[in-house]
Write a protein that binds this ligand. Structure first.
Ligand code: ADP
Length: 486
């Protein structure tokens, strides 16, 4: 803790850019921990320097990079690293400021089973389930029957939906336990499981919380992240649509109680699952900044990364009271093929036109020429739109997606347009089943690349020779865009 002069950012892509931007505005020197496997040409432009890093997942490698950079603070971004209590602990003992919560808070929330028990002791409701130490199949079987099918098997150390299995009958339990244990051991090095009642057609609503070193904890309202594919968020918004004020009040109070219970400092998110009857249960607390933080920034008019750095430096929370106004919607732009099982795409971005205009924010990690490899998650950018009300915010997302041009590899932009303009989404009828229930409607029926290519072509200066030839000759840029050129 103390004034930060030089900050190492141990993450990549759009989040690294986001943090570097806050540093520039705060006149803090920023250094990127840069991996060889990543094309960092775009991201580096936002930084004052860069040091190589062996792996973002290796705490020792991050500490070495911080020392090599001469940094007095580390921001872990929001990858797996940000939830490793070992990194926070290593910072605490070496006198480097960790921009995040204390190691003890990360640890307390690190196991889903442990966090559930802690929440119960604080009076925060948890999904009916089993989080005991006894992991024998016999106990799991008895407990699953007690909970009643369908049951959800979860990895206690889990994240990103890994190790999660829905079990609809007694007979399915044994194989689900085995495969969940295998997955959990492989992904997290820990095979402890827990059981929860599987809630049908729930909503995922989470609360942004923030604490400082003086023990002050506040909330910055909720985000609805119900539209998910395989338990991964696709669309996020704030406020949650059709959300009764009383429910919002109870849930934000429960979130603040949860954060206070672990003496929480810095930015965190308390995630809840909400039943169709409006009952809510604690799911987990993410002890870091989240991908979807911009929707909160837009509806509350705050800078969460700046506040993270302030609080880590020992300063009090920068706000006394935060108000929520208007509506913000975020969609995640991925290099993936929605028409072919959402397979991640790799290749070079040949042409890029990001949208802009009123109420449009793009948090991007790429530029024209960026190579998208296979080593990392293929998220290119996030598009976040703000307007006075939800309908106008959705129209803005649709308008901005129409302007979004990425050539050279396939992206999900057209599919996202179909998601946000779907009548059920417009009406705010969202649940975690949304993309399954409307899968057919969201399939592509017309080749939408044609108007996009026409728009891109119109923005490319044409060679006089091409015009003279009556447009039959393509301008030279089209030679470089691979299949789209043809
Ligand atoms: P992870 O840490 O792997 O992301 P979470 O516990 O945060 O796991 O849950 C991720 C998503 O899985 C939730 O947003 C929700 O869609 C679904 N989910 C989790 N628990 C339940 C449950 N008990 N019933 C139904 N769906 C659930």
């Amino acid at each position: 803790m103390g004034v930060i002069g030089k900050l190492l950012v141990a993450n990549r892509g759009e989040i690294a850019v986001r943090i570097a931007r806050a540093c520039r505005e705060m006149r803090i020197e920023s250094v990127l921990a840069s991996s060889e496997a990543d094309d960092t040409r775009y991201v580096r432009r936002f930084f004052d320097g860069a040091v190589p890093i062996r792996s973002y997942l290796d705490v020792g490698a991050v500490m070495d990079a911080a020392r090599a950079a001469g940094a007095d603070a580390i921001h872990p971004g929001y990858g797996f690293l940000s939830e490793r209590s070992q990194l926070a602990a290593a910072c605490e003992t070496s006198g480097i400021t960790f921009v995040g919560p204390k190691a003890s808070s990360i640890e307390a929330m690190g196991s889903k089973a442990g966090a559930r028990r802690l929440m119960q002791s604080l009076g925060v409701p948890v999904v009916p389930g089993y989080d005991g130490e006894d992991q024998s199949d016999a106990i799991m079987k008895t407990e699953a029957k007690k909970i009643g099918f369908p049951v959800l098997v979860k990895a206690s150390a889990g994240g990103g939906g890994k190790g999660m299995k829905i079990v609809r009958s007694d007979a399915e339990l044994q194989p689900a336990l085995e495969s969940a244990r295998r997955e959990a051991q492989k992904a997290f090095g820990n095979d402890r499981l827990l059981l929860e009642r599987y809630i049908e057609e729930p909503r995922h609503v989470e609360v942004q919380v923030f604490g400082d070193s003086r023990g002050e904890v506040i909330h910055l309202f909720e985000r609805d992240c119900s539209v998910q594919r395989r338990h991964q968020k696709v669309v996020e918004e704030s406020p949650a649509p059709h959300y009764p004020e009383e429910l919002r009040r109870q849930m934000t109070a429960a979130a603040v109680a949860a954060a206070r219970g672990v003496q929480y400092e810095n930015a965190g998110t308390v995630e809840f699952i909400v039943t169709p009857d409006g009952e809510f249960y604690f799911l987990e607390m993410n002890t870091r900044l989240q991908v979807e933080h911009p929707v909160t920034e837009l509806v509350t008019d705050v800078d969460l990364v700046r506040a993270q750095i302030d609080v880590a430096s020992g300063r009090p929370l920068p706000w006394k009271e935060v108000r929520q106004r208007g509506h913000a919607v975020e969609v995640r732009i991925y290099a993936e093929d929605p028409d072919d099982r959402f397979l991640p795409q790799s290749g070079r971005i040949a042409l890029l036109r990001e949208p802009s205009g009123p109420g449009v924010r793009v948090d991007s990690g790429v530029m024209e020429g960026t190579e998208i490899g296979v080593s990392f998650d293929p998220m290119l950018a996030k598009l976040i739109c703000y307007a006075d009300d939800r309908g106008a915010a959705i129209d803005r997302v649709d308008r901005a997606l129409r302007e979004y041009i990425v050539l050279g590899l396939k992206t999900n932009t057209s599919w996202l347009r179909r998601v946000v303009t779907h009548p059920a989404f417009r009406e705010g009828k969202v649940s975690t089943r949304f993309l399954i229930d409307h899968e057919e409607d969201l399939r592509r029926d017309v080749p939408e690349m044609i108007p996009l290519i026409a728009a891109a072509l119109a923005s490319v200066p044409q060679k006089p020779a091409a015009r003279a030839a009556g447009g039959t000759q393509l301008p030279s840029v089209w030679d470089s865009v691979g299949p789209w050129g043809r």
